[in-house]
Design a protein around this ligand. Structure first.
Ligand code: SAM
Length: 434
């Protein structure tokens, strides 16, 4: 194992079992992670009632700066000022880790393992998967960190209605709609999701069989000790509409919890929601791979993001009808973000086709066609050559407008980064005429 030396600097997150009743964790810094691990090991098992758990450790290039940045970022959830004790729950842990990993001084994650026999924590690997392996750029990480802060973007009722009404009536008939990142309709408007509201309001008209919404307890209910995840169901019976809210023991409401997955796999017909931006990759993996129908809102850049391009390439996901730029924050104030609807439900005669400008290469205006430093053609403004046989690079817009349904296919899973005269241009995706 690599030895620590004083030049090495680490940030770690640890939690003791005594903190379980009060949900706290410590975020500390050290020059000597091995020693720190052992110190905690020594404490572990000495008073047998206290067990330490390593939640995260990483190397950084200046631990004091990172520690200060953490203090500043999370001052509102710092519990014990001089001891770097912070509130803890799984959602917050993700936020701490995302923040640390996207800090410019983050070097690499360090994995630890508990040796069950000796009850000792060991450093097992001092590496972290490369950004490329994770399908991310450093910019993505920074954006993700920003988005983590911004998970609480609520969809406006009119945007839900505008998209849902575009789909054929038959898809809803006798269907179970599952909103797996949504509050139910509540007397408090701030706790009401526009998705739930839309499906309840239109339940009979569109012929739904059942609506299920799961509420995630990790977000806004942080300081409400009583808050738990719940499952809300809404059905129509002989005696009228019936709604139920269940709080299964220990259920957080996370979309990847066994109970949520059971609903997804065994009950749901159509998944509709706006999932958290910071967990988009995990969410898409579960929902897209479930084989269920879905209509979900996600970042506008997904069709050119390496972590998602393969879904479009394999024709497992395509764009829905509308772009959404306006959302509401938890105080119901308007905020802006760039999102698009994504689905696997057939789109009939996509209205956006008419925004595509498909024509011979020679007719595309010069300013909208360029060859990059690798001699790859880059076209803009939804101009698409119909007589060009080689791969060429496009932005997300032709994809929104249905180019993949017009005889063109994506030919590379990785984002394409054009350089023109040595200057990096916006990320694209490489397509080719079939
Ligand atoms: C972008 S907001 C959208 C909320 C709602 N669907 C809407 O459109 O108004 C994402 C929501 O997912 C919740 N969330 C975060 N992590 C989650 C998880 N692991 N499982 C389920 N929901 C989660 C957040 O608390 C937040 O309310």
């Amino acid at each position: 194992m690599e030895m620590d030396n004083e030049n090495n600097q680490y940030i770690y997150i640890v939690q003791s079992s005594s903190a379980e009743e009060k949900p706290f964790c410590k975020i500390g810094k050290t020059n000597d992670l091995d020693r720190r691990l052992k110190e905690y090991n020594n404490i572990t098992g000495k008073p047998t009632n206290i067990v330490y758990r390593y939640l995260f450790a990483c190397e950084v290039s200046d631990m004091s700066s990172v520690e200060n940045a953490i203090k500043e970022e999370f001052s509102y959830i710092r519990e014990v000022k001089n001891k770097e004790i912070y509130f803890f729950n799984p959602e917050l842990l993700d936020k701490y880790i995302n923040f640390i990993k996207s800090h410019k001084l983050f070097v690499k994650e360090i994995f630890t393992k508990i040796d069950d026999k000796k009850q000792e924590i060991k450093i097992i690997k001092k590496t972290t998967p490369s950004l490329e392996e994770r399908g991310l750029t450093r910019k993505d990480l920074l954006q993700n960190a920003k988005k983590t802060k911004n998970d609480e973007f609520y969809t406006r009722y009119e945007d839900v209605e505008k998209e849902m009404t575009m789909y054929a009536q038959e898809i809803w008939e006798d269907s179970v709609v599952f909103c797996n990142c949504d509050d139910a309709v509540d007397t408090d408007e701030r706790k009401t999701s526009a998705f739930a509201l839309y499906f309840i309001k239109n339940f009979k008209e569109i012929g739904l069989k059942k609506l299920i919404c799961t509420h995630y307890s990790g977000g806004l209910d942080l300081f409400n000790q009583g808050a738990k995840g719940y499952i809300f169901t809404y059905i129509f019976t002989k005696t009228g509409f019936k709604e139920e809210k269940e709080y299964p023991k220990g259920y957080t409401g996370s979309f990847d919890e066994p109970l949520s997955l059971k609903i997804l796999n065994e009950e749901a017909d159509i998944i509709c929601t706006n999932p958290p931006f910071s967990k988009m990759a995990e969410y898409w993996k579960i929902v897209v791979e479930s084989g269920k129908k879905f209509i979900i809102l996600s970042a506008m850049t997904n069709p050119i993001n390496t972590a998602f391009i393969h879904y479009f390439m394999e024709n497992k996901v395509w764009t829905g009808y509308n772009r959404v730029d306006n959302f509401l924050n938890p105080k119901k104030e308007p905020v802006v973000n760039e999102a698009f609807w994504y689905t696997n439900i057939p789109i009939n005669d996509r209205p956006r086709y008419k925004q595509l400008k498909i024509m011979p290469l020679k007719d595309i205006p010069e300013k909208h066609k360029k060859y990059d430093d690798s001699k790859i053609l880059v076209v803009d403004n939804c101009y698409i050559p119909n007589d060009y046989k080689k791969p060429f690079a496009i932005s997300v817009f032709p994809i929104f407008n249905g180019i993949l349904e017009k005889g063109y296919k994506i030919i590379q899973k990785k984002q394409y980064e054009p350089y023109i005269n040595g200057k990096r241009k916006f990320g694209r995706v490489l397509v080719q005429k079939i």
